[in-house]
Design a protein around this ligand. Structure first.
Ligand SMILES: NC(=O)c1ccc[n+]([C@@H]2O[C@H](COP(=O)([O-])OP(=O)(O)OC[C@H]3O[C@@H](n4cnc5c(N)ncnc54)[C@H](OP(=O)(O)O)[C@@H]3O)[C@@H](O)[C@H]2O)c1
Length: 311
């Protein structure tokens, strides 16, 4: 009941053709051997017929006995037979050759079709994964997070930001906030603002805009000659900061996505540099933190965050 399952030998068409071919070859080789034996016996008989029985004793062709001519012709035929079977394989016939060619072409075609199918499968998989990635990015905006060019500034009620290439106030918490927001980011600035620092700020990549082509800076500071190149130099940063001064702020109001402004609640009529007006039709306030005047802070101030309105 649980005996071994009897295996039925399966011979496919190709194996059958090979067996037939092998049989044909054996037959042909035997044929050559038989031909050789008959040739030897025949040659002896021809020689005896002429020399012993005297058949055609006087018949000669080109001075040679007829049996010599007959044996040479037979030998030539035998050589042709031998070469055809063992060397050129002609004796397999044209049909066999065509069959072999067709089978080879069919095999190649089969392989081509298989490769084509694999390629189609791969392309479909790739297309599917691309569509999937696009959908993920659409569905999860955080993944597709765009670059957020951020202006950071401290300005008085009259938009004053500096005088004689320096700040007009000292608000330690504002400096701390500037430090923490810009830490690890690219900071884009005009040449004058850069020169107002005693030395480059640590842990930030400085990008200085100047029209001077021979402007010298310490190692690590990037010099560019227009705003476009400045943004390009910071393109790997998801939040590059534009840190001033007056000229640079003016040029970046149209390209910024966010403004972090510390509004210092005081007027500074003697300032010489100013921040542009924030057009409320274009910017919406999204955050505010108010700070009172205290012993460390000479003026009250408010941290305000604006985002560009999307239309
Ligand atoms: N309160 C704040 O938050 C704040 C922040 C930053 C700065 N500030 C103050 O702002 C003042 C400096 O501002 P600022 O307006 O005088 O100067 P700035 O904007 O810092 O720098 C102006 C310089 O930048 C270069 N520049 C500007 N636009 C350019 C362009 N399109 N292509 C090539 N180069 C360009 C020019 O340099 P070259 O002359 O070398 O060609 C130009 O002289 C200082 O008082 C500083 O303390 C205040």
């Amino acid at each position: 009941m649980f005996g071994k399952k009897k295996t039925i030998p399966q011979i496919d068409k190709e194996q059958l053709a090979l067996i037939k071919y092998a049989e044909k070859r054996i037959k042909q080789k035997k044929g050559v051997y038989v031909h050789f034996v008959i040739f030897l016996i025949g040659a002896v008989i021809l020689i005896l017929a002429n020399t012993v029985l005297g058949i055609g004793e006087t018949f000669k062709i080109a001075g040679l006995d007829w049996f010599v001519i007959a044996i040479v012709l037979w030998l030539a035929f035998f050589v042709y037979h031998f070469v055809s079977v063992f060397i050129t394989h002609k004796f397999m016939g044209k049909d066999w050759e065509d069959q072999q060619r067709e089978s080879l072409v069919a095999k190649q075609q089969e392989r081509i079709n298989k490769i084509k199918q694999e390629l189609i499968k791969e392309e479909t998989e790739m297309a599917k994964s691309e569509v999937f990635n696009e959908r993920i990015l659409e569905a999860v905006p955080a993944v597709k997070k765009k670059v957020e060019r951020t202006i950071i500034v401290a300005a008085g009620e009259n938009n004053a930001i500096g005088k004689d290439n320096d700040l007009i106030w000292h608000l330690s918490d504002d400096l701390k906030r500037f430090k923490s927001l810009t830490n690890g980011h690219h900071i884009i600035m005009g040449r004058k603002t850069f020169e107002s620092f005693p030395k480059p700020l640590p842990n930030r990549t400085h990008i200085v805009i100047t029209r001077q082509h021979d402007y010298k800076v310490p190692d690590g500071v990037i010099v560019v000659h227009n705003m476009e190149d400045a943004l390009d130099a910071a393109k790997r940063d998801k939040q590059p900061f534009i840190i001033g001064g007056g000229e640079i702020y003016k040029q970046s109001m149209g390209i910024a996505d966010k403004i972090e402004i510390t509004r210092v609640h005081h007027n500074f009529p003697h300032a010489d540099t100013f921040f542009p007006n924030i057009d409320r039709s274009k910017w919406k306030e999204i955050d505010r933190i108010e700070r009172k005047k205290d012993e460390k802070h000479e003026f009250a101030f408010t941290f305000l965050t604006y985002e560009r309105k999307s239309f």
